[in-house]
Design a protein around this ligand. Structure first.
Ligand code: NAD
Length: 339
């Protein structure tokens, strides 16, 4: 066994999840064997398919494993419709206080889009806002969702964004909001962002309203460097930004807390292509790159990223979503060969 073995909780998830997870594991194992590290994967079935099979959507054993390992990587999970289930993702983010959702959006070589050379990162608050799950029926005809914004939640996501900007030489942070309408909640979010921005005078700070941001991202996305925003706006802007660089099959993500981190792609379980060897595993493989950086395996992370970029630059073994005709497995084999 290698000198450096990392215990990682693995949740393959629903739909295309098991296919992209298998591809990711194969690539990470191959990179690890070349850079002197190994992985002890603790795998758990979670999600809608696990519920149908075992009657449990998020087993306690999976939560215990994440608590012990402090690092997990997951494929997409679906929430059974009806029956009052809450999303696994929301539950895990709350349970482990994974307050920062970090999503780097970077163009890969060889992919034809209208927007070459995109390189921005999104910091999305991950635990509150309308995703706090506080909903009630006021009466049979009126439903209410509570939007919770706190000083603590807003300040720590702003700090995460600015600290990242400082560490990685990013020049500008845009806080995205709708404080013109939600004066108290988004107003508090902005106030916290402004207070944090004042501690980072070398980093430019600007504020954009979320609807304008959507238009700006389509017209001139290159103006954005670090996007700092609340939970709902961040969810929507992440998908929009995925589209700028070639789609949901590409963009990785990390849910970061003080003690624990869970890595996952931006995309969902893609039931339309599940089980057909069509899914693009790049998003989960790039999520694994973030994970390898997080566990201080920089050499393995760099190797995987370089191999991915080589396969994209060559453009011979790509999946259908980015204009190729290869399958999930063939793509993963090409990345392994390029390592
Ligand atoms: P989706 O991301 O699953 O799919 C949207 C479109 O993108 C589909 O056409 C799909 O085929 C395509 N796509 C997504 N990932 C792809 C990939 N890796 N390669 C190629 N094409 C890809 O979004 P949806 O259809 O809105 O959601 C489906 C399910 O996923 C829902 O149950 C939703 O709740 C769940 N979901 C889970 C997560 C998560 O676990 N983090 C995130 C989003 C959605």
């Amino acid at each position: 066994m290698s000198a450096r073995t990392h215990a990682i909780t693995l949740i393959p998830g629903d739909g295309i999840g098991p296919e992209v997870a298998a591809a990711m594991v194969a690539v990470v194992e191959a990179a690890g064997s070349q850079t002197g590290c190994a992985f002890d994967w603790h795998s758990f079935e979670c999600g809608a398919e696990a519920y149908a099979k075992n009657g449990e959507i998020l087993p306690q054993a999976a939560l215990d494993s994440i608590a012990a390992n402090k690092v997990a990587i997951k494929g997409p999970t679906a929430t059974p419709i009806g029956g009052g289930f809450s999303s696994i993702n929301v539950a895990m983010r709350k349970k482990f206080d994974l307050y920062a959702n970090f999503r780097p959006v970077k163009s890969l070589p060889g992919i034809k889009t209208h927007y070459p050379g995109i390189d921005l990162v999104i910091f999305r608050e991950n635990t509150e806002d309308l995703y706090a799950g506080l909903e009630l029926m006021v009466n049979p005809d009126i439903a209410q969702s509570l939007k919770i914004i706190t000083r603590k939640g807003s300040t720590r996501i702003a700090l995460a964004a600015f600290e990242y900007a400082r560490k990685h030489g990013r020049k500008k942070v845009h806080a995205i909001h709708k404080a013109n309408i939600m004066k108290l909640s988004d107003g508090l979010f902005l106030k916290c962002c402004q207070e944090v921005a004042a501690q980072f005078p070398e980093i430019a700070y600007a504020e954009h309203i979320v609807d304008n941001t959507c238009m700006q991202l389509v017209m001139n996305p290159w103006q954005y460097d670090v996007i700092l925003t609340e939970n709902l706006y961040g969810d929507i802007l992440s998908d929009l930004c995925s589209g700028l660089v070639g789609g949901l099959g590409l963009v990785p993500g990390a849910n970061l807390g003080k003690d624990c981190a869970i890595f996952e792609a931006v995309h969902g379980s893609a039931p339309d292509i599940a089980g057909q060897d069509k899914a693009n595993p790049t998003a989960l493989i790039q999520s694994a790159v973030l994970m390898l950086q997080h566990i201080d395996e920089a050499a393995a992370a760099a190797k995987v990223q370089a191999a991915l970029e080589k396969v994209y630059a060559e453009g011979k073994t790509l999946t259908g979503d980015v204009g190729g005709s290869s399958g999930t497995k063939a793509f993963a084999e090409a990345v392994i060969a390029a390592l």
